[in-house]
Design a protein around this ligand. Structure first.
Ligand SMILES: COc1ccc(C(=O)NC2CCC2)cc1-c1cc(C(C)=O)n2cccnc12
Length: 121
C-alpha cells in the first residue's frame, strides 16, 4: 500500500540514521541539534554561508537527499568546521566541535563500517 511505500527505508538510509543517532549521543548539550541563530550567535549568518546541523541532516536522510555515505560525512564535517570557523578556540563550542569531529570520523572507518554492514544488512 502507499503508506508502507513511504515508510520503507533504503539500506543507505538505515546506515545514515544509525550513524546520526550515534553522533547525536556525543552532543549531549545539543549544541549541534538545531540551526544556530543570529540571536544566540551574533553575526552568524554573515560569517557562515553554509549552515548545517543534526536536524537538517536528519531531514536530508528522510528526504533521500544523500546519494552515498560521503555526502553525509561531508555535511557532518561542514557542521563541525562551521563551529571552528565562527567560534574562537577558547570557547566550549569550538572545543565541542573538535571532539565531535574526531569521534564522528572514528565511527566511519572502514573497519567500523564493515562491522556495521554485517549488523545492518
Ligand atoms: C543550537 O545551538 C545552540 C543551542 C544551545 C546552546 C546552549 O545551550 N548554550 C548554553 C551553554 C552555555 C549557554 C548553544 C548553541 C550554540 C551552538 C553554537 C555553534 C554550534 O556554533 N553556538 C555558537 C555560539 C553560541 N551558541 C551556540
Amino acid at each position: 500500500c502507499v503508506l508502507r511505500k513511504i515508510a520503507e527505508r533504503t539500506p543507505l538510509q538505515r546506515l545514515l540514521e544509525h550513524l546520526l543517532r550515534s553522533m547525536e549521543k556525543r552532543d549531549p548539550q545539543q549544541f549541534f541539534a538545531w540551526p544556530v541563530t543570529d540571536n544566540i550567535a551574533p553575526g552568524y549568518s554573515q560569517i557562515i554561508t553554509n549552515p548545517m546541523d543534526f536536524s537538517t541532516i536528519k531531514q536530508k536522510i528522510d528526504d533521500g537527499n544523500y546519494q552515498n555515505l560521503n555526502e553525509f560525512i561531508n555535511d557532518f564535517k561542514l557542521m563541525c568546521s562551521n563551529a571552528t570557523t565562527y567560534n574562537h578556540q577558547d570557547t566550549i563550542y569550538y572545543k565541542a566541535a573538535k571532539k565531535l569531529l574526531h569521534v564522528g570520523l572514528k565511527m566511519v572507518t572502514p573497519e567500523k563500517l564493515r562491522q556495521l554492514r554485517s549488523v545492518l544488512t
